[in-house]
Design a protein around this ligand. Structure first.
Ligand SMILES: *[C@@H]1O[C@H](CO)[C@@H](O)[C@H](O)[C@H]1NC(C)=O
Ligand SMILES: *[C@@H]1O[C@H](CO)[C@@H](O)[C@H](O)[C@H]1NC(C)=O
Ligand SMILES: *[C@@H]1O[C@H](CO)[C@@H](O)[C@H](O)[C@H]1NC(C)=O
Ligand SMILES: *[C@@H]1O[C@H](CO)[C@@H](O)[C@H](O)[C@H]1NC(C)=O
Ligand SMILES: *[C@@H]1O[C@H](CO)[C@@H](O)[C@H](O)[C@H]1NC(C)=O
Ligand SMILES: *[C@@H]1O[C@H](CO)[C@@H](O)[C@H](O)[C@H]1NC(C)=O
Ligand SMILES: *[C@@H]1O[C@H](CO)[C@@H](O)[C@H](O)[C@H]1NC(C)=O
Ligand SMILES: *[C@@H]1O[C@H](CO)[C@@H](O)[C@H](O)[C@H]1NC(C)=O
Length: 506
């Protein structure tokens, strides 16, 4: 009896402690709020792995974004942010506040009081909010029904235990620090496929042609079709079919084990690559960073067709870097439209002039880019057995021709804007880029005047390499020539392709 009484007393003593623990451990009470500032606090999950609060995306701009991030990772990695009905990030000035209310759930308001955003909740009274250790922020009723949750409104990232249903989608952001909608979408379609598509901006029209598809559809028998994208607690990713079969995404990926030692995320990156990332929870040094477990598609540069600009901007050339990511470069004679946006469009330095008084031979030259192709934008094809010399001449004497692509006796003329430029070392074709002679830096040796065999040599790969050889005194093999050796071919524009890769063609 005495024992029972003392247990009861002990339990009663403990009760308020438990309540306190609950309100501070991930729980947010109705009436609580956070104010946007450089030093604003946040609502933490019990493990403190995730935080909900205001993030300042650009240190030079006094604007804040309501978001959720990995709290213990120094490089702030957002997993969710607040968007309006048009999927635009809701950037707010300092002094704006987010408050949990009983009627509307979360309400974001301007310092002046105007309502900027609110969570759309069912007509029920809010009891509290919870920042869960999964990274999900939920608004719940008295019986713990989730009236709203961030997991239902994904932006560009999914976390373990987060599920995507039919018609669910992720959008890429514009770039690392700009959370505006980018030009890529991941969607689980009605037909059961998990597809990656590019998107037209600003209309948000999703171009039908997918640059990756899981192939988990079966139009003949819908019970074999996918209907959920699952990212489970162990970090496995699969499309679940209606017949309960699982189709792995990122097949063959070796997951870090055990998964409890790693943070994990799936992100549709701004460059169009969809990747699974992991990050060790116990970091060993300052060099720790997210590492890619797998990424899709395999070679994003080669995946785009006729419409849209592909992974890079228009008139840009995409090359897969050693991390499997697209890097973009403007062709010689072109430069970035926005010098700060290296994934953006390139523009010609000066127009091609169809009313030119001087002869095209005097006005233009060509730069040869081995392994470079531009898919689409063809308006003329010369074939078969057309040689490179004639290809060049055909483009030279056509003032609308900007670039010609030459491949085994075939010559395509291209006009602006050229799209889906790509470099592939195994591609035996090449792009001939028309450049104004004045564009050549004055210090460079001039190409010999057009005419006869010499011209043939210059605009044929072997010929180009020979020319480089003549211009340098280096006795080393041609494909080891240093940077300056490339300049005559690229006219001083940083080379897209290092010369070592020319070795394949020699
Ligand atoms: C982000 O990019 C979009 C689209 O290019 C642009 O309109 C917007 O001004 C940018 N936002 C910021 C904060 O730089
Ligand atoms: C799956 O969808 C693709 C188009 O997205 C279609 O070409 C293919 O035939 C479909 N496969 C099946 C088994 O229905
Ligand atoms: C659909 O496929 C399932 C196997 O996944 C099979 O059991 C079922 O009979 C099929 N239905 C039809 C109509 O073919
Ligand atoms: C996650 O999915 C994989 C593959 O289907 C399975 O082997 C594993 O047991 C699952 N983990 C959990 C925690 O359900
Ligand atoms: C981690 O990677 C990101 C993106 O690649 C980069 O911005 C950041 O500087 C890296 N952090 C560290 C500590 O290397
Ligand atoms: C992001 O894009 C904007 C253009 O919208 C550009 O001004 C900015 O420099 C870019 N930032 C990075 C980190 O590339
Ligand atoms: C590019 O970025 C720099 C530094 O961030 C800025 O000063 C400059 O105005 C930007 N240029 C453009 C064209 O946006
Ligand atoms: C380039 O020229 C060399 C020698 O003039 C010739 O052997 C070779 O076949 C030519 N290559 C092409 C692609 O025309």
């Amino acid at each position: 009896m005495a024992l029972a009484t003392s247990s009861l007393i002990f339990f009663l003593l403990l009760l308020p402690l438990l309540t306190i623990a609950q309100t501070t451990n991930g729980r947010v009470s109705v009436g609580e709020s956070l104010t946007a500032s450089k030093t604003s606090s946040s609502w933490l999950s019990p493990s403190e792995d995730f935080a909900f609060g205001f993030h300042q995306p650009d240190k030079n701009k006094d604007l804040f974004l309501l978001s959720i991030w990995f709290e213990k990772i120094p490089a702030k990695t957002l997993v969710w942010w607040c968007v309006d009905k048009n999927e635009s990030p809701v950037l707010v000035p300092p002094g704006s506040a987010i408050k949990l209310t009983a009627e509307k759930g979360l309400v974001l308001s301007h310092p002046g009081g105007a309502e900027l955003w609110k969570s759309d909740i069912a007509m029920q009274e809010v009891a509290y909010g919870v920042m869960y250790d999964s990274g999900n922020f939920a608004i719940e009723s008295r019986n713990s029904d989730k009236l709203w949750q961030s997991f239902d409104q994904p932006t560009d990232t999914l976390l373990p235990t987060q599920i995507m249903v039919i018609n669910g989608q992720l959008f890429s952001r514009k770039n690392e620090s700009n959370f505006s909608q980018g030009k890529f979408r991941l969607g689980l379609l009605e037909n059961g496929n998990l597809d990656l598509n590019s998107v037209n901006l600003p209309t948000k029209l999703v171009y039908e042609e997918a640059y990756y598809s899981s192939g988990t559809n079966d139009s003949a028998n819908s019970s074999n079709s996918g209907f959920r994208l699952i990212f489970n607690e162990s970090g496995d990713v699969y499309v679940l079919r209606r017949n309960r079969q699982r189709s792995s995404i990122g097949i063959g990926a070796a997951l870090p084990t055990p998964s409890s030692d790693y943070y994990q995320r799936l992100t549709l990156d701004f460059d169009g690559v969809f990747a699974q990332y992991s990050y060790p929870k116990k970091t060993t040094g300052s060099g720790t960073n997210w590492s890619t477990v797998w990424s899709l598609p395999e070679n994003i540069c080669s995946r785009f067709g006729q419409i849209g600009s592909g992974a890079c901007g228009f008139s840009s050339i995409c090359r897969l870097n050693d991390k499997g990511r697209p890097s973009c470069e403007c062709p010689p004679g072109f430069s970035l439209l926005d010098p700060n946006d290296s994934y953006g469009n390139c523009k010609r330095n000066g127009e091609l002039d169809c009313d030119e008084q001087i002869s095209p031979e005097d006005a233009y030259d060509f730069k040869v880019l081995p392994g470079v192709n531009f898919a689409g934008n063809d308006y003329e094809l010369y074939a078969p057995n057309y040689d490179m010399q004639h290809c060049r001449t055909a483009c030279l004497h056509d003032c609308t021709c900007v670039i010609a692509v030459y491949y085994e006796g075939r010559c395509w003329k291209k006009r602006l804007p050229i799209s889906n430029g790509r470099y592939d070392s195994s591609d035996k074709g090449m792009a001939l880029v028309k450049v104004r002679k004045g564009d050549l830096p004055p210090t460079l040796p001039k190409f010999p005047k057009a005419g006869g065999d010499k011209k043939q040599q210059i605009f044929n790969i072997t010929g180009s390499i020979l020319l480089v050889k003549l211009l340098t005194t280096s006795p080393s093999p041609v494909f080891r020539l240093d940077y300056s050796g490339i300049v005559p071919i690229y006219g001083g524009i940083p080379p897209l392709i290092s010369l070592s890769q020319y070795g394949n063609h020699v």
